[in-house]
Structure formats: C-alpha cells, structure tokens
Design a protein around this ligand. Structure first.
Ligand SMILES: *[C@@H]1O[C@H](CO)[C@@H](O)[C@H](O)[C@H]1NC(C)=O
Ligand SMILES: *[C@@H]1O[C@H](CO)[C@@H](O)[C@H](O)[C@H]1NC(C)=O
Ligand SMILES: [Zn+2]
Length: 429
C-alpha cells in the first residue's frame, strides 16, 4: 500500500514533467519583418483579429517575433502573404525548444550556485520569485539606515508584493526627486526583474554613483506580478497575465493583462474583453491588486516622482506616451531627449550582437495602439518622464524566447547605464 502510494506519486511527477510545455503543441512562432508603416499596422490588426501573441513587437524594418495558435495558423500566414509582409517560421516545434531552454536554465542554475562567491543574487541564472523575495528582506535587514522594505499588499494568490524605498534621508527631504522602477508585470518577461534587483545592488551593495543616492529617493519593485511570474516557472512558460479569477474572469481563463488594466482610456483599443485573451483588460480599471499597488505608489509620491520606468521585454526600445493613439504629450520634447540620452548610454556599453535602442512614442514605433498601460497612466497622473523599456532579446538559437542566462548580467549593467543617464538628466532640469 505504502509502496503503491510512492509509485503513484513518482508516476504523477513524471507525468507532470513530460506534460510541461505540451499546451504549445502545434503553435508556430514567426519572425515578421515589415518594411513599411502600413505593413506594420496590418500586423497590429492581425494581433487583434487572430489573437496573435506578440513576443517582440516589430518596427518598420526591424524584425519582431509572434506566436500563432494552430487554429489560426493558416489565416495568419495567408494574411501575411496577401500583404507581402516578409516573414519566416522561427520555431515550428515550440515544445522542443522550450524543453531545451529548460535544460540550459537548469544547468546555469547549478553552475551559478557553485560560483555565487558571496553575491546575494545570481545574474547568470534566472531568479525565481522566492529568491528575489528573500533578497529584498535581506537587503532591508542589512542596510536599515538606507533601505525600507514595504509590503503594501499580497497578490491574488497570496504572495507578498514588496518594494524597497532607498533614501539617505529617509524620504524626508522633499526637495529630492523620486525615481520609481517597476518590473515583472508581464510574467514571462524574465529579463525584467533582474534589471530592478541590479539597480538595488548598484544603489546599496556597490554604489559607484554616489550622486544617485545623494540626489534622489528610489522606489524599486522588482516583481509586481509574483503569481504570474511564478506560474511561468512552474507551469506555462508564455503566461503573461496575473492569475486572478473574478467576475466573468472564470477559473477556466484566469488572469488580466496588467499592462491593459490601468485607468487610462481603459479597454478602448488594443485590448480584449475576453477573459481568455492575453490582452484581457479586466472587469474594470484597476481590478487587479497588482496594478493598484503601482497606482498607489505613484500617487503617494507625486509631485516628487519625476521618472517612472516599467521594464518589459523584448525589442530594445524606449517608448513613451501616449500609447492609445500616438499623439504626443505636452512634455514630448523632454520625453524624447531624455529617452535618447538613456538609449545612447545603454548603446555605449551594449554588446555588438544586441540591436541598438529605438526611442519614440509607442504607437509611432510599434504601429500598435493599446489602452490601459502603466506608462500612460503614470504620465497622466503627473509623472513628467514615464517610459516603457523593452529590454534586449535575441531570436537566434536557444535564445528565441528566453535570453540565454549568460546575458542577464550584461542586460542588467547596460540598463543601469540608461537609468543613470535618465536620473542625471532630471538633476539638470
Ligand atoms: C503553420 O504554417 C506553417 C507555414 O505554412 C507550417 O510550416 C506549419 O506546419 C503550420 N502549423 C500548423 C499547426 O498548421
Ligand atoms: C563594484 O562595481 C565596480 C564597477 O562596476 C567593480 O569594478 C567592482 O568590482 C564592484 N565591487 C564589488 C565588491 O562588487
Ligand atoms: Zn511586457
């Protein structure tokens, strides 16, 4: 009886391992390369019409990567051909590639453990949620005069959503601008949280830019969507949304796209009212605790908050408002010049095989409008410099969906160069 039980458990475990990624059987990923803005807009229409899942937004003459479900495969291919949009099959057996990526990630994790040599967090293996959560608590304990840990709420499934406040003056010097970095709202974009934890490292553990501590107060939220983030590690690699089940958003199709859930032109464009969609806007603006936390931070520190960055991947882009119609805000000149300054400093320390950064209004760069995004909400609320970073990715070989972990530290370092440039521009304003 006892042995039977063990055998049963072992069989279950084995089944769970084999079943991983099976939901992506029959999916195909395509590299798409529009040569005109018209073609770019056609791709945007396909995204809405066929629920094409965009992994990396294309821009004019810069390739993007999209995932297509088997049911609409032929329709999407036909539309691409009819519009003479250049495309190629990127991966036809997605499960096999994800299995390979799992093996690489597991190996890197073991290697990183062997090498960690006193470093608190690995930057050559992906960081799972509990590891980041321990790190935030540990930093707050070790640097009590500089760092405060805040846990404003738990996620839908009960994980703590935490951020650090970093300040040499306990946030009491109200002349100091506040800078807010947020990561991990889109669960599958694994390169996002390490750029925020690296900023913590560079402010607290290895501060080589003392002016950034002296002149600014910082809010660092590495994982705003811990449920989704953990789910991509344990279940569905391409999960993007939260994991909530409320209202019409039933247990069959949980989750809301956090970057469509803000109260900015909510659910008007580039969103879906279907809970099963990856761009489901939710039952109402701020239906999600994960976005309410970000909203409340923004309002708590206005008007001192001068710079807000929300970290996404991938595409090497720095995007600014307005994202629902491509019109420009009255602060567009500053948004553009500071965006360019950040991109230039990133490109200076980037790798030759990474694309250089593109800077611009989000609709004008990716040809796709979407309502309810964090970057637009923060700007509307009064944050003068508000951006979405699309961090770098590589589509070749094993790096198709998941930047090889050997590049995590590089991305963290170069993104920090961008953050430093942005902060120093504020100091001059
Ligand atoms: C989707 O279309 C591509 C290109 O025509 C083809 O290679 C692939 O096998 C198709 N996949 C499915 C599931 O039909
Ligand atoms: C701190 O950062 C500098 C500059 O990147 C680097 O040279 C140095 O080795 C780092 N020190 C520690 C203790 O990590
Ligand atoms: Zn994203």
């Amino acid at each position: 009886m006892f042995i039977m039980k063990i055998v049963g458990i072992v069989l279950l475990l084995a089944a769970a391992v084999c079943a991983k990624h099976e939901e992506y059987n029959g999916w195909t990923s395509y590299a798409v390369n529009p040569s005109t803005f018209e073609q770019l807009k056609v791709i945007g229409q396909l995204v809405d019409q066929y629920e094409v899942d965009v992994f990396s937004y294309p821009t004019v003459q810069r390739e993007g990567l999209v995932l297509v479900r088997p049911e609409v495969n032929d329709s999407v291919v036909k539309a691409l051909e009819e519009n003479q949009i250049s495309y190629s099959v990127h991966v036809s057996d997605i499960k096999a590639v994800l299995d390979q990526e799992d093996a690489v990630n597991a190996r890197r994790k073991v290697e990183a453990r062997g090498r960690s040599g006193g470093r608190s967090l690995p930057y050559d293996a992906y960081q799972e949620f509990p590891v980041i959560d321990d790190y935030l608590q540990d930093i707050a304990r070790r640097y009590p005069n500089l760092v405060k840990l805040v846990t404003p709420a738990n996620s839908f499934e009960g994980r703590p959503i935490r951020y650090l406040k970093i300040s040499t003056t306990n946030f009491e010097d109200t002349r100091k601008p506040v800078i807010f970095l947020e990561g991990g709202i889109h669960a599958r974009e694994w390169i996002s949280p390490p750029t925020v934890t690296w900023a913590i490292h560079k402010l607290v553990e290895n501060n080589t830019e003392p002016d950034l501590l002296r002149d600014f107060d910082w809010i660092l939220l590495p994982v705003s969507n811990p449920d989704g983030y953990q789910f991509t590690h344990t279940n569905s690699r391409f999960w993007r949304k939260t994991r909530s089940t409320v209202g019409q958003n039933t247990a069959r199709c949980p989750g809301v796209d956090g970057n469509r859930n803000y109260d900015f032109q909510w659910n008007t464009v580039g969103t879906s009212s279907n809970p099963c969609s990856d761009t489901y806007a939710g039952t109402a603006p701020f239906s999600e605790i994960e976005t309410r936390v970000v909203r409340d931070i923004i309002h708590e520190y206005l008007p001192r908050m001068k710079l807000f960055l929300t970290m996404h991947s991938y595409g090497s882009m720095i995007l600014y408002p307005w994202g629902h119609d491509g019109s420009l805000s009255s602060n567009a000149f500053a948004l553009h010049t500071v965006g360019v300054a950040m991109a230039e400093d990133i490109d200076k320390v980037s790798l030759p095989n990474f694309p250089s950064y593109t800077v611009g209004n989000s609709v004008l760069v990716i040809g796709y409008a979407a309502a309810g995004a964090a970057e637009d909400y923060a700007h509307l609320a009064g944050v003068p410099l508000s951006y979405t970073y699309e961090l770098p990715g590589l589509r070749s070989g094993l790096n198709g969906f998941n930047l090889d972990p050997i590049y995590i530290q590089q991305v963290a370092i170069e993104t920090w160069a961008g953050i430093v440039a942005g902060a120093r521009r504020i100091a001059q304003m």
